[in-house]
Write a protein that binds this ligand. Structure first.
Ligand code: NAI
Length: 603
């Protein structure tokens, strides 16, 4: 009997602690707190104002990151209220670029980021992979309520945001990314699971850092890596059959290897490859429509041919095939790639990876281009896309030349590398050196630009995959397709291009404003679900019924047909919106929700 009373009191105390200064009078009385806490009973808005002021008082972005991490572990509801109401300012702190800085320092700051938590996710060493059932059991014990997680972001820290091999320090990425899934698309925070595969690091800096928190060994060979990863994925799949796995920041060959191996066996995707391709495609569709030349005359030069570059190009090829009915080989011929050795050609004399050889030129004769400048003169591109991590690579000279080459149309320039210190150029540079004619999207958020001598303020497009991965996660978690097809990503990209409002279109903005992210995520998730149902990969009758009742199925299942239109009905959109998690608006609502969903504060 006393056990029950104790646990009721403990849970009331926990909820009360998290309600903090908003704790109602009745709860204060029941917990005998009269005289022990300040008398003012606040509402959530006032708490949020205080938290925002504290956040703004921090002098560096890393301090802001630390404050927010600690707030997240103290009060999930307040944290997400703050993030949602200041999304544009806070997203770059909890995710790129500041999360990169946090990851570089993670072993030094980790214990202070989460002072109120035993664990923030799974840290799985190679030897743990032999005991995955125990690890999963430990996780279950820690949760207040045995509800399965519905999404995990999993990394081995081997190639974090273009910053290199950060080993276990890469854990900041799954943590941050899952916060964006919640904030941007309303995934349930209590059902998110960050995972780092702590299989070692090849970074001398971390191997020699006395405070490094991960396994102090070099990374294993490919066989060991794939076998160990398989043990982890199979154990997760056994324990949580509906779990969506998002692969994140693996080294390029492992990223492709894992995706190829698992994408049809379990619900999974790789955001670097597929998410990036999808978001860039969305902006690219908008840019091509505004460029002023027929799509089939586009000549697209990629600077950078890593997992992001190749992933993006694969998606763009689909656009020419699907929307412009070009044969696949003709569409592929619109693309050229430059990597660190120059223009990628079949006869340049090195062994190309499978991914690169797909885009190697065979029509170059004896011509080889060692630099971007040479390639620009040779290709005369209409679109220049940077996924190279080379800061400033789109120099004044390159940008001016792009403008000259494209006098009859508007140059499309996408410097997509993250963080800002890796971006190929800024928005200001792109505007200035193209006489403001550029159709622009970048990976990081650049400031708006006022055209000199006018009041004309232009907003840069931000081709950040933050527009799509939360929505894909939400759509997949809700309708649980057997697997995630290319056409589902395609539908999301189309829905993204369709989601711009009139003001955004008039201002040459290639993406919707980030402040509208929740509305946009709901639309994209609805498009994803609609496409998944059309493809016959959704088992749940609920979604099949509402999609087919509201929009007759027109999909030709054999091909990526033109019916991949990113459309959805109001009914599907409405249903998605209802199911999106939101932080409680009042303390009363918070208390009720904390009782019904105790895991929200756990991980
Ligand atoms: P990666 O390291 O796999 O690939 C980089 C590519 O750039 C390689 O092909 C490399 O040969 C080439 N490169 C490097 N230095 C070069 C040089 N000096 N000259 C010519 N080529 C050079 O990196 P990954 O994963 O493909 O990512 C690239 C960038 O894309 C990163 O900065 C990443 O943050 C960014 N990215 C942006 C996203 C977005 O949403 N905007 C999403 C995913 C990645």
């Amino acid at each position: 009997m006393s056990d029950g009373n104790d646990s009721r009191r403990n849970s009331m105390e926990l909820i009360g602690t998290r309600a903090g200064t908003a704790m109602p009078i009745e709860m204060r009385q029941a917990l005998h707190l009269k005289g022990l806490v300040p008398s003012s009973i606040e509402n959530f808005s006032k708490q949020e104002l205080r938290a925002y002021q504290q956040l703004m008082s921090k002098s560096t972005n890393l301090e802001k990151y630390e404050f927010l991490a600690s707030l997240r572990s103290l009060n999930v509801n307040l944290f997400f209220r703050l993030v949602l109401n200041h999304f544009k300012d806070i997203a770059p702190i909890i995710y790129t670029p500041t999360v990169g800085e946090a990851c570089l320092n993670y072993s030094h700051i980790y214990p202070f980021l989460y002072p109120f938590k035993t664990s923030i996710g799974l840290f799985i060493t190679l030897s743990d992979t032999e005991n995955m059932d125990m690890v999963i059991d430990n996780y279950r014990q820690l949760m207040a309520d045995p509800i399965d997680p519905e999404i995990t972001v999993i990394t081995d820290g081997s190639r974090i945001l273009g910053l290199g091999d950060l080993g276990v320090n890469g854990m900041g990425i799954p943590v941050g990314k899952l916060q964006l899934y919640v904030a941007a698309a309303g995934l349930n925070p209590g059902r998110t699971l960050p995972i780092v595969l702590d299989f070692g690091t090849n970074s001398e800096q971390y191997l020699n850092d006395p405070l490094y928190l991960g396994t102090r060994e070099r990374r294993p060979d490919d066989n060991t890596f794939y076998e160990a990863t398989e043990r982890v994925l199979q154990a997760l799949h056994r324990a949580f059959p509906g779990l969506l796995v998002q692969f994140e920041d693996f080294s390029t060959s492992h990223a492709f290897g894992l995706l190829d191996k698992w994408r049809q066996k379990m619900l999974c995707f790789n955001d670097d490859i597929q998410g990036t391709g999808c978001v860039i495609l969305g902006g690219f569709i908008s840019a091509v429509k505004q460029a002023g030349i027929p799509a089939k005359d586009q000549r697209i030069l990629f600077f950078g041919a890593g997992s992001a570059g190749v992933g993006v190009a694969r998606q763009l090829v689909d656009y020419f095939v699907v929307d412009h009915k070009m044969p696949r080989d003709k569409a592929g011929a619109l693309f050229w790639f430059v990597d660190s050795r120059g223009l990628i050609t079949a006869n340049r004399g090195d062994v190309l990876t499978k991914q690169k050889s797909r885009f190697a030129r065979h029509d170059n004769g004896d011509v080889q281009c060692g630099t971007l400048e040479d390639a620009l003169e040779y290709v005369k591109p209409t679109a220049l896309i940077g996924l190279s991590t080379v800061h400033g690579a789109f120099s004044e000279k390159i940008l001016r030349r792009m403008n000259e080459i494209n006098t009859q149309s508007r140059p499309i320039i996408f410097p997509l590398s993250n963080p800002e210190t890796k971006a190929e150029c800024t928005f200001e540079e792109a505007m200035r050196y193209t006489d403001n004619r550029v159709l622009f999207a970048s990976g990081t958020a650049f400031p708006e630009y006022t055209i000199p001598g006018t009041d004309d303020i232009r907003m840069p497009g931000q081709g950040n995959n933050m527009y799509v991965f939360p929505a894909i996660g939400l759509g997949a978690v809700l309708c649980k397709p057997d697997w995630i097809t290319d056409t589902m990503f395609y539908a999301v990209a189309k829905a993204l291009a369709n989601s711009r409002n009139e003001e955004e279109k008039t201002g040459d903005e290639l993406y919707p404003r980030i402040e509208r992210i929740r509305e946009v995520s709901a639309q994209l998730a609805a498009a994803f679900i609609t496409q998944a149902v059309r493809e016959g990969l959704v088992k749940e009758a609920h979604w099949r019924d509402i999609v087919s009742a509201n929009m007759p199925c027109t999909q030709d299942d054999d091909t990526i047909g033109s019916s991949v239109d990113g459309q959805f009905s109001k009914r599907v959109l409405g249903e998605v919106k209802t199911l999106m998690w939101k932080p409680a608006a009042s303390v009363e609502q918070y208390i009720v929700e904390s009782i019904t969903n105790p895991n929200v504060d756990e991980m």
